[in-house]
Design a protein. Structure first.
Length: 202
């Protein structure tokens, strides 16, 4: 397993963050690291994402840093140049996946079916985003396809709750524990960033 992918699964929770300004990046990531979560997926949903990734990478190289909601090869290039260690997309785009992998990057495409998962794995994706997880069967879905897709590793997002967290798929072949929890920035103090995180499964 690639060391970056292995680290994702060792940490077990990847906070997903949409920054509204570059000034939010370091305080929030420092709070996460102090709380035992030295990882973040910065989404390209906001205009400052690339600069936030660059700032975090330069100031906190110990953070496991990914870029999320990456829709194009151009965004992927910008994210990797800024310092993202892995790229996450909401859907499965073979062109983007191949582009990132050919450049030596880690690609985690969004998948919702066994067919998409199989195609992504055949392209060389070592970890898959399962999205939206609950709407597509959640834990039971992974239990049903885990035996067939041996070696698959998932990071799940989409209506994850404490109930689904307790319903662990660890007994299913091929299932590894990883999580993705959404954390929006705003009026909440970044030093309380641990509170809204929701552990989940993969």
């Amino acid at each position: 397993m690639n060391p970056i992918v292995e680290k994702v699964y060792q940490i077990g929770i990847i906070p997903v963050i949409a920054f509204n300004s570059v000034d939010e990046a370091l305080p929030l990531c420092k709070a996460l690291a102090e709380g035992g979560l030295p990882a973040a997926e910065v989404t390209f949903r906001t205009a400052c994402a690339e600069e936030c990734i660059r700032k975090i990478h330069e100031e906190m190289p110990e953070m496991l840093l990914g870029a999320g909601t990456v829709l194009t090869t151009e965004q992927a290039d910008r994210a990797m140049a800024a310092g993202a260690s892995f790229i996450v997309a909401p859907g499965f785009d073979p062109e983007v996946c191949k582009h990132v992998i050919d450049k030596g990057g880690i690609m985690m495409p969004g998948t919702a079916s066994a067919g998409e998962m199989q195609q992504a794995m055949n392209l060389g994706c070592e970890a898959l985003k399962f999205f939206p997880a609950e709407a597509n069967g959640g834990v039971n879905m992974l239990k049903n396809i885990g035996a067939a897709l041996k070696g698959a590793r998932w990071m799940c997002t989409g209506t994850i709750t404490w109930a689904t967290t307790r319903s662990s798929p660890s007994a299913a072949p091929g299932c590894a524990r990883a999580t993705s929890s959404r954390l929006a920035t705003g009026q909440r103090s970044p030093h309380r960033a641990r509170k809204p995180l929701t552990p989940c499964w993969a």
